[in-house]
Design a protein around this ligand. Sequence first.
Ligand SMILES: Nc1nc2c(c(=O)[nH]1)N[C@H]1C(S)=C(S)[C@@H](COP(=O)(O)O)O[C@H]1N2
Ligand SMILES: [Mo]
Length: 355
Amino acid sequence: MLSHYQYQPWSWLPVPASPVQAYRVTQGLHVATGVAAIPLLLVKLWSVYPNLFRWPPIRSMKHALERLSVFVLVASALVQLTTGFLNTLNWYPWPWSFPSTHRYLGYVLIGSVLLHIALKLPDIKYGLQARLGDADVLTEVPWNENPLAHSNAGTVPPPVMPAMDRRGLFVAVGSGIGVIVLTTIGQTVTPLARIGLLATREASKGPQGVPVNKTAMSAQVLTLATAEDWRLDVTGPTPFTLTLEELESMRSVSEHFPLSCVEGWSVGAEWRGIPVIDLVRRAGGDTSSSVEVFSLQPNGYNHSMLVGPHVGAALIATHLNGERINLDHGYPVRLIAPNRPGVLNTKWLHRIEVT
Ligand SMILES: Nc1nc2c(c(=O)[nH]1)N[C@H]1C(S)=C(S)[C@@H](COP(=O)(O)O)O[C@H]1N2
Ligand SMILES: [Mo]
């Protein structure tokens, strides 16, 4: 929820610019728990699917409602985890906006999990009591002698299937999840990068020590970004235009903070650039201004709005890890701001609007 909020905050409650690692932590946890939930969901569905074939399909009004709630739970969980996983691969094969759909579906999923737990409280209580007594009682009680099965009297038993005991299941699922999380988490926990077999992005896998999501070539900015007559236009009460040389003659600062992508990867880097607030002041604005930056890129993530604390903390970056920022990272200049989703840090800028 927090990582979603950092992506789409309310204008009257902006996210602070520090701690600079906060989005790395919230989004890293978000993606790590989401990845861990995939095997968990599959095993859970495997353990209950025989219930699909019980007869009659609806035994009472209460049972009908329960099945409906399970349908919403299973459907939203499958859609949420599938689309979320594709997002970690930076692949969006659908026409709708991913972030807001993912957030609203999250509310549906949380609601249906809570409803499901409420409806299953009697079973949960039975299971916990059995565990306090004899741990194996559940696996030893035939389905039709299960004290809970009274409501199932006269129904057809579920198909017989190979079973695993509870301990075996815990070990298998636990180690499966452990392996998957450990081999992906290196994409944001840098010390574990070396075992990041399944990590989508890592520092070592990109130019200048930072991965690239969108290359200058695929963004169709090669010609415009390298043009002799590139200028940065700053509009506002007192508008002005700068060449790269003029921009670089302004006061610059160096800061170390991560770039964190919604896909769940984060990479710390040293950014050097001109504080946005210096350009804003020169254009006649101040820390209460809204600042929108625009890319040379004709479509896609080609603009970004800065408000509140980010106006004071953002940089127009000219250098990355001690080198002039390369074409794929946003040459001639890009926006970079601490504790802000990577997607909002627009590359290949040419215009800044101060209002
Ligand atoms: N103009 C533009 N800027 C962009 C993007 C883009 O597609 N176009 N991608 C964003 C995303 S999703 C991320 S995570 C970062 C990646 O920055 P990098 O390529 O320098 O690693 O750039 C952001 N800035
Ligand atoms: Mo991103």
